[in-house]
Design a protein around this ligand. Structure first.
Ligand SMILES: Cc1cc2nc3c(=O)[nH]c(=O)nc-3n(C[C@H](O)[C@H](O)[C@H](O)COP(=O)(O)O)c2cc1C
Length: 344
């Protein structure tokens, strides 16, 4: 067996490890430092709370995103179809996992092509930005978007994940200029996204200058990709290297504030360790447009589409009850109702 696993083996390992091992970051999201102000007399009808929003010219029923996860294997196809079916049923947004496998092996495209069950959802294509330093061009990005008829393209940024894995793609030099080129030439909005270590002010400024339309902060506090890589390390050296970074990264709450400060007009997608609709509501209050979850949806999709629907319904209800109990009828009212616990 070659030392470096082929992409589809890697994808299968990722799903198995995420389902079976504890891969949580040593950090928390920072959202626990905030709470909403409770209103005993909200003067609202819970059944009239409005969680709808518009993003990239599409209307969504709630600010919930099924974060980019998978594709490339038969198991991944099943998961993608369940996630997409649920997203279509409740009109929320979804991303597919990195499409590199399908760009290199076109017969795998079908495992990402969820439009057959989700013709209307807000759908995000996904490629690792670093591939632009390993032969990928704007044309590859365009093919990824066309492959799944996506509404936008996510370029994910995962320097630490690449650095702690055996033979990762670690040349991130000069990448900003290539991201800028993609933003200029491609026909859909581009989203810059971390994978679980968050976004600094400096990175937010660079991405903004590149011309991305949104940033998904994917902050620390949830799935840790160094922990995932630790579990699939081929030797002790790699295992210890990956294990070092369990407490690394910028928590999700701080990452949102970083982007707001560095690029005040940037559309922010929040993810990284969000566990329910209350966490999503806090992210909206801090300045995000959507809140994404990966791990929780993966576990539901491993069971059934119905289980994913159940989780989305519960998450939406948690957002509605949060809004009701702090006296706001629309999402844009949440910002004024959040306070730091220390201020409380
Ligand atoms: C099984 C799995 C696979 C993932 N694959 C990708 C990927 O291909 N591209 C990407 O941008 N992010 C990927 N992610 C990262 C998530 O989109 C998300 O940013 C991160 O897991 C943090 O969210 P969480 O704490 O809710 O899991 C993956 C996450 C999981 C759990």
């Amino acid at each position: 067996m070659p030392k470096v696993a082929p992409i589809d083996q890697r994808k299968a390992d990722h799903i198995k490890i995420n389902l079976e091992q504890d891969v949580r970051s040593g950090l928390t999201t920072g959202l626990e430092d905030y709470q909403f102000i409770h209103e005993a007399l909200p003067e609202l009808d819970l059944n009239r709370i409005d969680t709808t929003l518009e993003l990239f010219d599409k209307q969504l029923a709630a600010p919930i995103l099924i974060s980019s996860m998978t594709g490339g294997t038969a198991e991944a196809e099943t998961l993608n179809m369940r996630l997409a079916e649920a997203a279509q049923e409740l009109n929320i947004a979804m991303g597919v996992g990195s499409q590199r496998a399908a760009l290199e092996h076109p017969e795998q495209a079908v495992t990402f092509q969820v439009r057959r069950v989700a013709p209307n959802i807000m759908l995000f294509a996904n490629i690792g930005a670093v591939q632009l330093n390993y032969g990928y061009t704007v044309d590859h990005c365009r093919r990824a978007v066309d492959m799944i008829q996506a509404d936008a393209l996510i370029l994910h940024l995962n320097p630490l994940q690449e650095a702690v894995q055996d033979a990762g793609d670690t040349n991130f030099a000069g990448l900003a200029q290539k991201i800028e080129e993609v933003c200029k030439q491609i026909e859909v909005p581009v989203i810059g996204k971390e994978v679980g270590w968050g976004i600094s002010e400096r990175t937010a400024r660079i991405l903004s200058d590149c011309g991305v339309s949104a940033i998904d902060v994917a902050g620390a506090g949830g799935t840790s990709w160094s922990q995932v890589e630790m579990h699939r390390a081929p030797d002790e050296f790699t295992r210890q290297l990956a294990a070092t970074f369990v407490g690394w990264g910028i928590p999700t709450a701080k990452s949102i504030l970083n982007v707001r400060k560095a690029a005040p007009d940037m559309t922010i997608l929040a993810s990284g360790g969000l566990k329910d609709g209350l966490d999503i509501a806090k992210c909206i209050a801090l300045g995000a447009t959507l809140g994404g979850m990966a791990g929780p949806f993966l576990k539901a999709a491993a069971i059934s589409a119905e289980k994913v629907i159940e989780i989305i319904k519960l998450t939406k209800r948690q957002i509605e009850v949060t809004m009701f109990a702090c006296g706001v009828e629309r999402l844009d009212g949440l910002a004024l109702r959040l306070q730091g616990v220390a201020e409380g």
